[in-house]
Ligand binder design. Structure first.
Ligand code: GCU
Length: 410
């Protein structure tokens, strides 16, 4: 038996609010030497310091992209989604030092506008799970087995076609004037502990150390490569691209939004530990547990904080603060206690000082709202009834949030 499995069995999450330890969060507006951030110019410096800590201690340092990207449209339909959208699937080949990684992006754009805002997010089971249409490719990348979504022997299959259609709310997006762009995350980096030899890690042959990028960072890095591509499209409004993700891919969306300020809006759906949830609360999944079960997700250095969260120089409220002044939405599921809904809310709330420095409010309420009562300030938040998942209800709120900030009314 693997030691990690043994530990997994022994791990008993805390779901008792009264057992959340006392903790003191790092002040998002204090420099390491204790001096206060008083101006936006100070914040720019503090932002660099904060980002650096997330790189070295949590997600690992991602390399700058200095390779070449080739693009090829592999299918295109002018009358998708009941004639209301254009659908394309595009192969992006990332080429560097003789190595190549191909990723496939599925894009829906509403015909109601010549230049649309877009929601970009990674998907768990392949592009073909978003649509019944045969033209959409079945990924040949490694995939986790899942009977419902048609994968077995770590391969995707026809059986998964269309099975995740509702989750992505493509039709509602199109009706409301939004595009959707998505790709299978395993094409960027297969989600198993492979010693960082495949996926986009393979494009960089540098010696790895405890600060090198993990899988979450690789997925986030890939979102930026797709953004590079979206920026070249006239029919996409590059100033209005929201990056979104669920769960581990919500962690990736947050990290992408932190590093890459071209993402004008950032959406975390049930991202939990290593995402929106505060590490120091140790409620549900903890740093030690996530590092043992998913040793490939974070920088090696993150292990240093297993059962030692108070030593972290940053906590996740500062990840949210890195989005400021851009709008960010944090969503939880009330039964998804593993992801610590309250800890996700508090991250947003405790990022407020940074939003306030920009003359914004941040999270508009001081108490976690009731179930199914979304709030939408510069930071949006809801705790939905039900458990872990990205549901049409969630997407509906994200479109409302984008309407509010971007005034899109087709
Ligand atoms: C596991 C993991 C979480 C993660 C989730 C998911 O539950 O512990 O951190 O968010 O998988 O990606 O669905």
């Amino acid at each position: 038996i693997f030691p990690s499995l043994l530990f997994a069995q022994e791990f008993i999450p805390n779901y008792d609010e009264s057992k959340v330890p006392d903790y003191q969060l790092p002040d998002p507006l204090a420099f390491e030497n204790g001096e206060k951030v008083n101006s936006l110019a100070d914040w720019e410096k503090k932002r660099v310091e904060t980002l650096r800590y997330f790189e070295t201690e949590v997600y690992g340092i991602s390399p700058a992209w200095d390779g070449e990207m080739k693009t090829e449209i592999i299918s295109e339909k002018q009358n998708a989604v009941g004639g209301k959208a254009i659908r394309k699937e595009v192969k992006l080949s990332l080429i560097r030092q003789g190595k190549q990684v191909d990723i496939y992006v599925l894009i829906y754009l509403p015909k109601s506008s010549s230049r649309s805002p877009v929601f970009l997010g990674l998907n768990f089971y392949g592009n073909h799970t978003l649509s019944e249409h045969q033209a959409i490719r079945v990924t040949d990348a490694w995939i986790r087995n899942n009977e419902t979504y048609g994968s077995s022997d770590n391969r995707a299959s026809e059986k998964g076609r269309g099975k995740r259609r509702e989750n992505w709310a493509v039709e509602e997006a199109i009706n409301r004037g939004y595009g959707i762009a998505t790709l299978y995350y395993g094409e960027l980096d297969p989600d198993f502990d492979d010693g960082f030899e495949n996926g986009v890690h393979a494009l960089y042959q540098e010696e790895r150390n405890e600060n090198s990028w993990g899988a979450v960072a690789a997925w986030a890095w890939g979102l930026s490569r797709v953004m590079d591509y979206l920026e070249t499209l006239r029919e996409v409004d590059g100033e209005k691209v929201a990056v979104l993700g669920h769960s581990r891919l919500g962690k990736a969306a947050l990290w992408a939004g932190a590093i890459d300020t071209r993402f004008a809006m950032v959406i975390s759906n049930n991202s939990g530990c290593g995402g929106a949830a505060l590490s120091r609360r140790r409620y549900g999944e903890t740093v030690g547990r996530i590092n043992r079960v998913f040793p490939h997700w974070f920088a090696g250095k993150f292990d240093h904080y297993n059962e030692n969260e108070d030593a972290l120089p940053v906590d996740q409220h500062q990840l949210i603060a890195l989005m400021a002044p851009r709008p960010v939405y944090i969503a939880s599921g009330v039964d998804d206690r593993w992801a610590d809904p309250k800890g996700e809310f508090l991250s947003g709330l405790y990022s407020n000082p940074v939003y306030q420095l920009f003359g914004k409010t941040g999270m508009p309420v001081n108490e976690q709202p009731d179930v199914d009562q979304p709030v939408m300030g510069d930071i949006g938040y809801h705790v939905r009834s039900g458990g872990h998942g990205m549901l049409p209800y969630d997407m509906h709120q994200y479109f409302n949030f984008a309407d509010k900030h971007w005034k899109v009314h087709p």
